[in-house]
Ligand binder design. Structure first.
Ligand code: ZN
Ligand code: ZN
Length: 368
């Protein structure tokens, strides 16, 4: 079972809209397809022409933006109509995309021919996920009995967005859970229980709160408007500390923070995400700050391996500091080699800079 994850709702070079790919048991599903996520899917070389379906958590624009592109390239790749699963509202979203892409469909058939692009394969097969029945924790939306691959949906709290879902993927005793957009809630804890990997959305309230304060203090109508949006988003996402508490309460093996608000630009800022929270002592798992193109494999014996840390190298301030420090220390050693004190300082500084450089390999990831 493999996971490829991308995503963040805010615009930042190197980070596209939320989209998590789950591959296992001969199936390939996407959870959400935020703006520009299709590009990452293509760069990773994922077989869009063999996509089993897209599953929506809810219909905020940052989760649905690339539906049309993915359907089009699934069709071009030889797939038949694309299966789209989602709670109430999926029909409206899909019909809108269908209409928007109807001209494109005509152009392509006229240009390449209906034999290679059958018109009947263009578009979607809509699966509306019904509400979770009273007294149940989740609802099964997909099951493949031959490979024991199962997808369960559960309601989460992203109020006023309702319904909003999270998903649990199970395959031969392994489980991966995608939280969707949500606050900390009981159904997430129940459904994430003892899963191997939890893809957990996260907001750093302390940083967003400080940003809102600065915007407010500027007093301009535009910055006040920005501050209002920042204040509003605080109450329907999961603060980092709550994310840790969910992981501990559900006893998950590993957690990846995704849908990062605000979007960290580099690894130094990624670490600020962890600055205001404490990992519960009762939880023995690992939390990783997600990056576009990060790939995990959950093996049969439940070992989890990070196969790829990112699609593109992110600016790594530690690496740059190590490189500059090593050069400067070398220079200092050269000009002050007759002075024993300066010589010792330069050797010490050089060793520290080299160590920083060594520690900050390109695949160094922010973990706790
Ligand atoms: Zn979102
Ligand atoms: Zn949302």
């Amino acid at each position: 079972m493999c996971i490829y994850r991308t995503g963040s709702p805010l615009i930042q070079p190197g980070r596209v809209g939320p989209c998590t790919a789950i591959v296992g048991g001969g199936h390939f599903f996407l959870v959400d397809c935020g703006p520009a996520s299709f590009r990452v899917i293509r760069f990773l070389g994922l077989p869009v022409g063999r996509l089993s379906g897209i599953i929506f958590t809810h219909y905020h624009s940052d989760h649905i933006g690339d539906l049309g592109e993915i359907m089009t390239f699934s069709w071009i790749g030889g797939n038949s109509k694309l299966a789209v699963y989602g709670p109430k509202g999926v029909r409206e979203v899909v019909n809108g995309f269908n209409e928007a892409y109807s001209l494109d469909k005509g152009y392509r058939i006229a240009h390449h021919g209906a034999d290679i692009l059958p018109p009947e394969n263009h578009g979607y097969v809509i699966h509306v996920i019904p509400p979770v029945p009273e007294g149940r924790d989740n609802i099964i939306l997909f099951r493949d009995n031959t490979s024991t691959f199962t997808i369960k949906g559960f309601e989460v709290n992203h109020y006023p967005v309702k319904p909003a879902y999270g998903y649990r993927f199970e395959f031969n005793g392994r489980a991966v859970v995608v939280s969707g957009d949500t606050c900390k809630c009981d159904s997430l804890i129940k459904n994430a229980f003892k899963c191997d990997l939890l893809i957990q959305e996260a907001i750093c309230c302390e940083v967003i709160g400080k940003m809102a304060k600065v915007f407010k203090s500027r007093g301009h109508p535009n910055t006040k408007r920005q501050a209002k949006f920042l204040d509003d988003i605080l109450d329907y996402h999961t603060p980092v500390q709550d994310g840790f508490d969910v992981a501990a309460a559900a006893d998950v093996k590993e957690m990846v923070f995704s849908h990062l608000v605000p979007t960290p630009q580099n690894m130094l800022l990624e670490n600020i995400f962890f600055l205001y929270s404490r990992k519960p002592t009762s939880w023995k798992g690992t939390a990783t700050i997600g990056a576009d193109g990060m790939i995990f494999t959950v093996r049969e014996n439940h070992t989890i391996q990070m196969v790829s840390s990112a699609l593109v190298k992110r600016p790594n301030p530690y690496r740059l500091a190590g490189q500059i420090g090593t050069v400067l220390a070398g220079f200092l050693y050269y000009i002050a080699r007759s002075n024993p004190n300066a010589k010792n300082v330069s050797i010490f500084a050089g060793a520290a800079a080299l160590l920083t450089w060594f520690r900050s390999q390109p695949d160094f990831v922010s973990r706790m």
